[in-house]
Design a protein. Structure first.
Length: 156
């Protein structure tokens, strides 16, 4: 078997110039495959090269919760339960329950109020979608302010 592969290797070296003259790797591969078609090899090697940027597949193993642990979450800074951050929709619900939207508020005002008073880290893009959802559900009204040319949200 080794002798056969040695002969094949020598023949391929002679044919390398012809095979490499084709610019397409796919054509080169087809030529080599057709030459190797009649030869049986115990452990076939994959011909070709890896695609750039591909990461090897990693097996995902599910984490098993240990008894006595709180839902697998990390403890807070003082060892107690970690507090969850409130999302944009829940934050807007809190503002609607209060008196924040009793006056007309622009999107920038809502973002500034949330970030300063509620200690959130929202951008205007985080709140614009949930605000529009509240408008479509008729929970909030929206009008364009003629002086600032911005939409303002308020309870209707």
């Amino acid at each position: 078997m080794a002798k056969l592969l040695g002969n094949l290797k020598d023949e391929l070296k002679e044919l390398a110039g012809i095979v490499n003259s084709f610019k397409s790797e796919a054509v080169q591969l087809k030529i080599v495959e057709s030459l190797l078609k009649g030869i049986e090899v115990d452990a076939p090697a994959k011909v070709g090269r890896k695609k750039p940027g591909r990461k090897p597949k990693v097996e995902v193993v599910a984490k098993v919760k240990e008894p006595g642990k709180r839902g697998g979450r990390k403890p807070g800074p003082k060892g107690g339960p970690r507090k969850r951050k409130v999302g944009p929709s829940k934050t807007l619900d809190i503002l609607m329950d209060g008196d924040f939207f009793k006056t007309h508020r622009a999107l920038g005002d809502v973002v500034a109020h949330c970030n300063e008073n509620l200690k959130t880290d929202f951008k205007s893009t985080d709140l614009s979608g949930p605000l529009m959802k509240l408008v479509k559900e008729n929970k909030l009204k929206r009008e364009k302010n003629p002086t600032s040319n911005q939409f303002e949200y308020f309870l209707g």
